[in-house]
Write a protein that binds this ligand. Structure first.
Ligand code: HEM
Length: 166
C-alpha cells in the first residue's frame, strides 16, 4: 500500500497538480471539483425539493431527465477529486474525515439511484404528489449530500477534526 501511495504521488498528474504554479494546476482542478459538485448536488436538491412539495406544477416524470446531468456533474467531480487525491495521497488516505467523505459519497449515490426508482414508480401511477417513501429518499439525499460537502470542506482542517474527536 505504501509503495502504491508513493507511486501515485509521484505520477506526472499528481506532481503537476501539487507543485505547478500554473493556474491550470491546483486552482483549476479544485474549481472543477466545486463546479461538478454544484451540478450533482444542486440539481439533486432541486429534484428533492420538488418531491417534498415545492413547485408542484412541475410533473414528476420529467425529473428523471435530469439524472444524466447529475451523473455528468458527478463524473467531473470524481475525476477532479481523484487528481486532488493523487496530489496528496499520503495525507488524504490517512485522514479519517476524508475516508468518511468517501463512504458518505457511496451511500449518497446508492440513495440517488433508489430515489430514481421511486420517481419511476410514482410517475407511473400518474400522480404528481410523491409517496411518503419517495419523500424519505428525497430528505436522505439532501442530508447525505450536505454531509459530503461538510466532510469535504473539513479535510482541509485536520487539527480541527482531531480536536472534535478528542
Ligand atoms: C470520487 C470522489 C471524490 C474524491 C476522490 C474527492 C477528493 C477530494 C480531495 C482530495 C479534496 C481536496 C481536499 C484538500 O486539499 O483539503 C477534495 C475537496 C473537496 N471535496 Fe471532494 N472528492 C470527491 C467527491 C466529492 C463530492 C461528491 C463532494 C460534494 C458533494 C465533494 C466535496 C468537496 C469539498 C466541499 C471540498 C473542499 C473544497 C475546498 O476546500 O474549496 N467531493 N475532494
Amino acid at each position: 500500500m505504501g509503495d502504491f501511495i508513493q507511486w501515485l504521488e509521484g505520477t506526472a498528474i499528481a506532481t503537476f497538480v501539487r507543485e505547478s504554479p500554473s493556474i491550470f494546476a491546483y486552482t483549476s482542478v479544485l474549481s472543477l471539483h466545486a463546479m461538478g459538485l454544484a451540478v450533482v448536488v444542486g440539481v439533486g436538491a432541486a429534484i428533492s425539493l420538488r418531491l417534498l412539495g415545492l413547485a408542484r406544477g412541475i410533473p414528476l416524470a420529467p425529473l428523471l431527465k435530469l439524472y444524466p446531468l447529475m451523473w455528468i456533474g458527478f463524473t467531473v467531480n470524481a475525476l477532479s477529486g481523484i487528481a486532488l487525491l493523487a496530489a496528496s495521497a499520503s495525507t488524504m488516505l490517512a485522514s479519517v474525515i476524508f475516508l468518511i467523505k468517501l463512504a458518505l459519497i457511496a451511500v449518497a449515490l446508492v440513495n440517488m439511484e433508489l430515489l430514481r426508482h421511486r420517481i419511476v414508480v410514482d410517475a407511473a401511477t400518474g400522480t404528481d404528489v410523491a409517496a411518503p417513501q419517495t419523500r424519505g429518499f428525497a430528505i436522505a439525499a439532501l442530508v447525505l449530500w450536505g454531509a459530503v460537502i461538510v466532510a469535504g470542506r473539513l479535510t482541509a482542517y485536520p487539527n480541527f477534526v482531531s480536536s472534535l474527536f478528542g
